[in-house]
Design a protein around this ligand. Sequence first.
Ligand code: UD1
Ligand code: CA
Length: 420
Amino acid sequence: MQGPVAIILAAGHGKRMKSERAKVLHEVCGRPMIRYVVEAVRGAGARTIIVVVGYGADQVREALADEPDILFATQERQLGTGDAVRACRPLLEGYQGATLVLVGDEPLIRPEPLADLLTRRETEAAACLLGTAIVPDPTGFGRILRDGAGRFLRIVEERDCSPEERAIREVNPSCYAFELPGLWDALERLDTGNAQGEYYLTDAPQLLEAMGRRVIALPCLEPDDILGVNTRQHLAQAHAILQTRIQDRLMEAGVSIVDPRNTYVDGRASIGRDSVIYPFSVITGTVRVGVGCKVGPYAHLRDGTVLEDGVEVGAFVEVNRSTLGAGSKARHLAYLGDATVGQSVNVGAGVITANFDGKLKHATTIGDQSFLGSGSILVAPVRIGSNATIGAGAVVTKNHDVADGQTVVGVPARPIAENR
Ligand code: UD1
Ligand code: CA
C-alpha cells in the first residue's frame, strides 16, 4: 500500500436531500460531488484512495468506475463516521503512515490546505492533525473546544453542545490527517454515548490525546472550502461558489465574461484569451474554445465541442460534440451535433444537422468556406465539400454528399442546374 492514504466517507444516505440517490452523487457544476473530493486528495498527494460506501454502494462504485485505482470499503450499516473509517481496516492491514480522512459531501475542499495538513502532521510528528475553520455561522458543524492556553481539548457535535459551546465559531470540517496504525487504537475505544447513538470519528482526536499521543488542531481551512452539502440549498450554494472559482480563473487568464451570474461554465472547459462569453450561455462538459471567440448570448456548448480561434456562436445555437474551424460563424438558432465544420463557414439562421435517426447518431462534415443557407437541414451521415452553397430551406438528404464548389437547393436538395 502506497502512502499517503486518503479515506473518503461516502456511505451515508443524506436523508435531508430527500432523494433516492446517494448524497455524494448529487452534482455540483455537472459532476458528482465526490469527484471533487477525489480530485482534491489526489492533488494533495494521496497515492491510495479508499472510498467508504454503504447506502447506494453500487451507484457510487459505478460513478467512480473510470478511476480504476480507487479502492472501496463497504460499511454494511451506517453506525457513524468512526465506524465508517473502521471499515477500511482490512484494506490497510500492515500500512504505517499518513492517512487523510475526509467526508464525501464537502465538494469545495481544495488540495492546497490538505497538502498542508499532511506536511504539518509530519513535521509535528503528530498522531492527528485536525484541520479546522473559523466560520461566521457554525450551524451544523461539530465545535472545537480548546483550553485556556488554546490547546485542543475535543470536538463536540452540535447536538451534544451546551449553549456556550454552541456559540463557538471554530468548527470541525472533517479534514483530518492521522497516523496509522495509531488511529486504529483510538477507533477501538469509541462508544455510542452521544445524542445520535453512533460511533463518532470526532471522538478519535480526544482519545488519541488521552493515550498520550500528540494531537494538533490547526485553523488552516477557509469557510468556502468546507461547505458541507446536506440539503438542496447547500447544493445550490456549492454550485454558486464553484462557478465563481471557475469563472475567476478564466477571467484571470484573459477571458471576458460579461455577466458571470448569468453564465454557466463547466470546470473542464478551456477558453482562450480575448474570447467573450455573453449572458445566458451554458458551457457543459469538456469544451475547448479558442482565442478571440464570441459565445452567446444564449448559446449552449456541450461536451466534446471545440471552437477554433475567432469562431462566433450566437443566440440559441446549440453545439454538441462538434468542431467549428477558425473564423466560422453560427450566429442564430442553429443545432450542430456530431459535426466537423471547416474554416470560415457561414452557418445560417435555423440550420440543423439532423444527426439522430431514432437509433444512431451520425456525422456531418462541412468543408471550408461553405455557406449554409437559412433553415437548411443536413441529414447525417452527409458530407458537404468546401466552397459549397446550400440554399435556404434546402434539405440535404443522407449520403447525398455535396461536392466542392457545388450549389444545391430545394427539398430534397439538388444541384442548382438540374433544378432549373
Ligand atoms: C460530521 C462530523 C461533524 C462535522 C461535519 C462536517 C461526525 C460525528 N460529525 O457531521 O463534526 O462538523 O461532519 O464536516 O463525524 N458517513 C458514513 N457512514 C456513517 C455516517 C456517515 O460513511 O455511518 C459519511 C456520510 O456519507 C458523509 C460523511 O460521512 O459523507 C459525514 O456524515 P454526515 O451525516 O453528513 O455528518 P455530519 O452530521 O455533517
Ligand atoms: Ca455533512
